[in-house]
Design a binder for this molecule. Structure first.
Ligand SMILES: Cc1cc2nc3c(=O)[nH]c(=O)nc-3n(C[C@H](O)[C@H](O)[C@H](O)COP(=O)(O)OP(=O)(O)OC[C@H]3O[C@@H](n4cnc5c(N)ncnc54)[C@H](O)[C@@H]3O)c2cc1C
Ligand code: SF4
Length: 441
């Protein structure tokens, strides 16, 4: 086992993967854009940023105007420029993708946003104060977006966050290769300039009461995300590290992160890929991802799968962990069983079944699990209706409790959760909350 030190060779192995575009590169890339009418890239963006408009503004060296165009649709433009699966969204829809190279929309967006942040550009002035108060619970992308949109309309917003830092998974969960902590924190600072009050270390259901919130605020927006990593319920699980904590340490406390020589990551989604990347880049000699289904069913994006294969990570498909083998508290192996696939289960994917007598030991000194997050526990506590365990909302993002709205991962019963979807939820919910507050005079 090795302890990571910032001074050790390779300690910067998790810094931002893509370099920023130079002025010349940005100009050349912007000039390639066809400025399509009714642009497919804009339709493909969940927040509908006017992409040809912001690119045009880059090509005319109006970077302030470009940043404004982005932020008008998406207040978390700097985060989304880095973390959005652009291959699946705007760049995937770019008309130049068919025969040539799609426009590097994400990197151009980052170019404009980096200009705005490095020049401390102030782009929005809040409307005059309306005297209406809104509480937002959870300072991740959904909460920040909702709070920012409401503050722009002149409402007084207090954001309550249970952790020490705001930003949600952008701060704590997204691997530093894609988004450094500083980017998420700069966005939080920009939003506080709109007058949002952020109270950290305040947990609804802990040191913050729901009844008090309802009495003090005209509306409440719940953007609490999901819970801790799902349990595997296997013997020895106490020796398995939580993937979300592994990533968090790599971002915020890399010096203290202990990485094994022979690491197994359980799971095959995007979080599992991030954990495997961290282990590999921070010195593990061998990293194996263990997944009970096959390559076809894995939930990670195709481009992430290609990336992790290039990183040299191995895969053990059709493999289910059974128990952790540990001697005197030290992990030595993971006992697994081979699986075969049957008919589809409730998830629509072929159900994995153990192959009798195929148990085997995988030698390993560190195991990390990335097996999805638990559903939001707050739903039961607040007696909210749920859909598959997620908070149920109307088309206006209102829960079954009048005046209580929700958005982001905590309502995402269908489709892949992503930052940009959470931002859009927050924006649309802010619109509904604004209508409610205005209607009530
Ligand atoms: C490891 C990982 C990597 C990811 N990578 C990407 C990526 O590259 N690209 C992408 O688009 N998406 C990615 N995602 C998904 C993306 O991060 C989420 O979809 C997005 O953060 C959801 O935003 P949210 O605001 O709904 O929730 P969160 O970001 O989870 O924020 C919820 C916030 O609420 C707070 N909170 C929770 N309960 C309470 C309470 N009771 N009281 C007060 N505060 C509370 C939490 O501390 C947190 O700050 C990733 C997710 C994970 C787990
Ligand atoms: S689809 Fe491609 S070429 Fe057309 S406006 Fe969007 S980025 Fe430009």
């Amino acid at each position: 086992m090795t302890e990571i030190s910032q001074n050790r060779p390779g300690a910067d192995a998790l810094s931002e993967l893509l370099p920023p575009l130079t002025r010349n590169e940005a100009a050349v890339e912007a000039a390639r854009c066809l400025m399509c009418y009714d642009a497919p890239c804009t339709h493909a963006c969940p927040t509908h940023i006017d992409i040809p408009k912001f690119i045009k503004r880059i090509s005319t060296h109006n970077l302030r105007g470009s940043a404004r165009t982005i932020l008008e649709s998406n207040l978390l433009g700097a985060t989304c420029a880095r973390v959005c699966p652009v291959q699946e969204l705007c760049e995937g829809a770019c008309v130049l993708g068919a025969e040539h190279k799609p426009i590097a929309i994400g990197r151009l967006q980052r170019y404009a946003m980096d200009y705005a942040y490095s020049n401390n550009v102030s782009l929005f002035q809040p409307a005059p104060n309306t005297g209406k108060k809104v509480a937002v619970i959870g300072a991740g992308p959904a909460g920040l977006s909702c709070a920012g949109e409401l503050a722009k309309r002149g409402h007084s917003v207090t954001l309550f966050e249970k952790r020490d830092l705001a930003g949600g998974l952008s701060t704590y969960g997204i691997i530093g290769l894609r988004e450094p902590v500083e980017v998420a924190q700069a966005e939080v600072t920009m939003l506080t300039k709109l007058g949002i009050k952020i109270e950290t270390s305040k947990e609804l259901g802990g040191n913050l009461g729901f009844a008090d919130l309802q009495a003090q605020f005209g509306a409440v927006f719940l953007s609490v995300g999901l819970g801790i990593t799902n349990t595997l319920a296997i013997p020895g699980e106490e020796h398995i590290l939580d993937g979300l904590e592994y990533i968090e340490q790599s971002k915020l406390n890399a010096r203290k992160l202990v990485v094994g020589k022979n690491v197994v990551v359980i799971g095959a989604g995007n979080t599992a890929i991030d954990c495997a990347t961290i282990a590999k880049r921070l010195g593990a000699a061998q990293v194996t991802m263990v997944y009970r289904r096959s390559e076809t069913e894995m939930t990670a994006y195709a481009h992430e799968y290609e990336f992790i294969k290039r990183e040299g990570v191995r895969f053990s498909f059709l493999t289910q962990p059974l128990r952790v083998v540990a001697e005197n508290g030290t992990v030595t192996a993971l006992e697994c069983v081979r699986m075969s696939l049957g008919t589809p289960d409730a998830s629509g994917r072929p159900a994995p079944h153990p192959v009798a007598g195929s148990e085997f030991l995988l030698p390993v000194d560190q195991i990390v699990k990335a097996t999805g997050q638990e559903k939001p526990s707050l739903a039961a506590l607040l007696h909210l209706k749920t859909d598959k365990g997620y908070i149920q909302v109307t088309a206006n993002f209102e829960t079954n409790v009048p005046g209580v709205y929700a958005g982001g991962d905590c309502i995402r019963a269908r489709g892949a959760a992503s930052t940009v979807m959470a931002v859009q939820d927050g924006k649309l919910a802010a619109h509904s909350i604004h209508e409610r507050l205005v209607a009530r005079g």
